[in-house]
Every structure is written in C-alpha cells, then in structure tokens.
Design a protein around this ligand. Structure first.
Ligand code: ZN
Length: 307
C-alpha cells in the first residue's frame, strides 16, 4: 500500500510545547517495520501549490501564512510559532493527503501519515491546523476530473469545523463528523451530517452511532472517493478527548469505515488527524492499526483481482 510521510519536515517547537510532534516519526518507523509497504511504496509527498490551496482558502490568508505576517492572535489560534518550515510542513502534509487520494483511486486504499488538519478555515487556522488537507485534496482530484463526488468521514474526537465551513454549500463533497459534543471546538459548524456524543461515550455507544452515520453518509453522498480521518483521540486515555473508546473499539471503527467503503467500491485515503494520549506509544499503536487494516483490505482486493 502506498503511504505518504512528511515527518522529516520538522516544525520547530519551543520546549515543553504540548503538540506531540514525535508521533509522526514514530509512526513512520512502525509502518516501515510492519511490512505493509513494498519497497518504493513509502513516499515523500510534493507540497501542494498555491493554486490547489486557493480552491479552499482565501488569498489573503495564504499570503499571510507564506509571508509570516499573520497577527499574533492568528498565530495563537493556530498554536504553532511561525517559521518557513511550518509553511513547508503544512504544504507537504496536505500533499500527503492529495497523494493518498490519487493512490487510493488507483489501488483502492492508501494513507497519509499526517493530515486530518480539519480545524483550518478558508481565512484562518486553528487548533494546530494551517491548511485544510481534506478540502484541498478533494478539490484537486475533482479538478483533475477523476471523481465528481467525495465523502469526508471524520472520526476525530473534535468536530471537523473548518472542513464543514469550507465545504458548506458544496453539494459535491459530503462532510460527516462524529465527535464529542463538549469537546473543542465549542462553537460547532454545520457538517452535512454531525453526530455529537456525550462525555464518556464508550465502545458500544461510539460504534452504534458510527455505523448508523456511515450508512447515511455513504448513501447520501454518492461518493466515488472517501477521505477518512482516523483520529486517535476518541481513545479513553487521551488528554484532550472526553470519550471512552478502547483500542479495540478504535480498531473496530477502522474495520467498519474501511469495509463499508470497500463493500460499496469506494476507494479510501486514510489520514491521521489528532492523538494526544498520555503515552504517545498508544497514539502510535492506534494509528498503526488503522494503516494495517487498510493494507489488509488492499491485499484482499489484489488477491481477488489477481485470482
Ligand atoms: Zn482531534
């Protein structure tokens, strides 16, 4: 399975910053060791171009990001200090989702070991998100004429508010977000389908709601491509999550999402989104299982195709 990584574009953070940057390199090492990629299948994505970004973001915002002229308030909202490397990393992380979409359309499944930056709006970033990779990638594959309809399946514990806002009124891209009702962002945007779960929702509650939402989203979207945000933060030991989903519950989530898409012949690009477990190894474990599940289904598909 083709997997895109950009962890070596390191964004310099001050000591003690709570963003778990290390998860990306740890995840790449675990994926490399796991054997899910043949040689040459782990790839560095190209950066997304201004033209691609401008299909989802305002020109003035892009210019301020590139020039480093965002206001202090805008930077505080993003949560990272500005640097040229922050800009490059943000372009590459979106490029990874774009690469995974193109690869998924060929192969059935592919993954970006970053991305899921769903709090980025057309005119601002927020919550560690600068550019909205899902919106950028969906519109890029549409612009190439490869697909008409896309579904974004966002299972990160935080609502995909930026994605919902950017794609509001765009009937060709269906947004589905399942998240904690009381989690950040406190003001929720309107996705095509939102499911807000109460604090402490456990495996059963989470999975029942997901199954129901997935069926609606896949029925209503008529999608030819899915972008799946496999956030690790609905996990019971996450520092920022308020739900109580176990690792097994999250593996079952992966199975539900990926198999439901496969049954309907919808290719899936898997992206990582958030994950802030007390022990970063837990976050990496959860992400790795999402990747492995997609790779297993891809093997099945190839097995069938090759008889
Ligand atoms: Zn999150």
């Amino acid at each position: 399975m083709k997997v895109f990584y950009s962890d070596h574009f390191v964004l310099p953070l001050p000591e003690g910053h709570r963003f778990p940057m290390v998860k990306y390199s740890m995840l790449r090492e675990r994926v490399a060791a796991s054997g899910v990629c043949a040689s040459g299948e782990m790839r560095v994505p190209r950066p997304v171009s201004d033209e691609e970004i401008l299909r989802s973001h305002e020109r003035g915002y892009l210019r301020r990001v590139v020039d480093g002229t965002l206001t202090r308030k805008e930077m505080r909202r993003i949560g990272f200090p500005w640097s040229e490397r922050m800009v490059e990393r943000s372009r590459r992380a979106s490029g990874g989702t774009l690469g995974a979409c193109f690869a998924a359309l060929k192969d059935g499944f592919a993954a970006n070991l970053a991305g899921g930056t769903h709090h980025a709006f057309a005119d601002r970033g927020e919550g560690y998100c600068v550019f909205n990779d899902s919106a950028i990638a969906a519109r890029a594959v549409q612009a190439e004429g490869l697909v008409e309809r896309v579904v974004v399946i966002d299972t990160d514990v935080h609502q995909g508010n930026g994605t919902a806002a950017i794609l509001h009124g765009d009937a060709s891209i269906f947004t589905f977000s399942i998240h904690g009702a009381k989690n950040f962002p406190f003001h929720k945007e309107e996705s095509d389908l939102d499911i807000a779960l109460p604090d402490g929702a456990d495996d059963g509650e989470f999975l029942d709601a997901l199954e129901d939402g997935l069926e609606k989203a896949l029925d209503r979207s008529g999608a030819q491509l899915a972008i799946y945000l496999a956030g690790a933060d609905p996990y019971e030991d996450d520092r920022l999550g308020r739900l109580c989903v176990s690792k097994e519950g999250l593996a079952e989530r992966d199975r539900l999402v990926l198999e439901s898409c496969r049954e309907r012949g919808i290719p899936v690009a898997v992206t990582m989104a958030g994950g802030y477990a007390r022990d970063v190894e837990d976050t990496v474990d959860i992400h790795l299982r999402s990747i492995e599940k997609a790779a297993t289904l891809l093997d099945l598909e190839r097995g069938v195709a090759h008889g």
